[in-house]
Design a protein around this ligand. Sequence first.
Ligand SMILES: [Zn+2]
Length: 117
Amino acid sequence: MHEMSIAMSIVDAVVANAEKEGGVRISGVELLVGKLAGIEAESLKFCFSAATKGTIAEGAALVIGEPEGTGECGECGMRFPVTFYYAECPKCRSLRITIVSGEEFLIQTITIEEEGE
Ligand SMILES: [Zn+2]
């Protein structure tokens, strides 16, 4: 499953990051996953909890922010919501559209607990 390999790479990244910071447990992870990123947020949550089993991130709360897709027209500069890639400008019908948001996929925050807390 696509989301499973994504979840595993997120877990690898957050665990490596927490260990570098001297963390003993990860209690929360916040992701930004744009609506156009092609990732199912619900499925990713499910895979994330499976992928954290046996790691210091086990039981961490996963919060996923999903920015809407926005396109910008290369002809008239209009910005408008897009739900898929091959969008057309609603004003001038140009196909020269640049996606300005909605493709994000990044780890925004990791909540790390240090020893003794
Ligand atoms: Zn336009």
